[in-house]
Design a protein around this ligand. Sequence first.
Ligand code: G
Ligand code: G
Ligand code: MN
Ligand code: NA
Length: 257
Amino acid sequence: LRLEALLRRAIEKNEIFLHYQPQVEIGTGRLVGVEALVRWHNPELGLVAPSRFIPVAEDMGFIKPLGQWVLAEACRQAASWDRAGLVVPKMAVNLSVRQFERGSIAEQVSTVLRDAGLGPGRLQLEVTESVIMNSGDALQLVNDLDAIGVGLAIDDFGTGYSSLAYLQQLPVQTLKIDRSFIKDISLDAGGDRNHEAIAVAIIQLGKSLNLSVIAEGVENEEQAAFLLRHGCRQAQGYLYGRPVAPDELLTRWRRDA
Ligand code: G
Ligand code: G
Ligand code: MN
Ligand code: NA
């Protein structure tokens, strides 16, 4: 396929880059982290959405080099912001299931951190519930990552099937409430009250298991107020900022970080 052929050469042609979306403390507006989000601009195809090329990369066996590049670039960026006077406490990077198969993920991550000069506590890896449930070695791999001091977040939480008993065994620090549960909050008409209830239940679960909870897809002040009222202290979404290029993030956040 054309897409595959172009994707295969995208890294070496410098067509892959990262945007970063702020994660903030709702009460204070302080920057607590950023999520790295991969982008692909090809001269022929234009900007290709990650929802389109990540699955292709997974199918063609290209997600490992791509994921490795993303991880290294995100860590280099965090170290570079440090030098520019913006210390982003946490760099969050998405891992796909293929990166989470048998092998030495913790060793790769260690090497990347060392090369970038970034402390392990500054990195948080995001995996979805399905990644964890579909990987036989998940518990071992997650424990390996925990052992080197890297943080772990469960992405899109609430959309999968992880059992609470299993969750309790995992050395994760953070649950990310999927944005499908946020979008109906404080919509008077047409909103799904069940979604709101699920968001509240996840916040409670986080409290019980002593995990931090961050809400995704927060777009308005009503949603932020609702979350804060129910004990969720961190959020990510268009209300605080869209994913942007590194220079733009620096300009926007350096002064009030
Ligand atoms: O802005 P947004 O279109 O970036 O992202 C769409 C989807 O792509 C999200 O589900 C996000 O988690 C995923 N995604 C973005 N960047 C990466 C990445 O570097 N690796 C993986 N595996 N998924 C990513
Ligand atoms: O699945 P992943 O959750 O990691 O998703 C990140 C995706 O969500 C990206 O495509 C990003 O652009 C998008 N996104 C981030 N903030 C918001 C928001 O406030 N509203 C909506 N609709 N999408 C968002
Ligand atoms: Mn994510
Ligand atoms: Na997500």
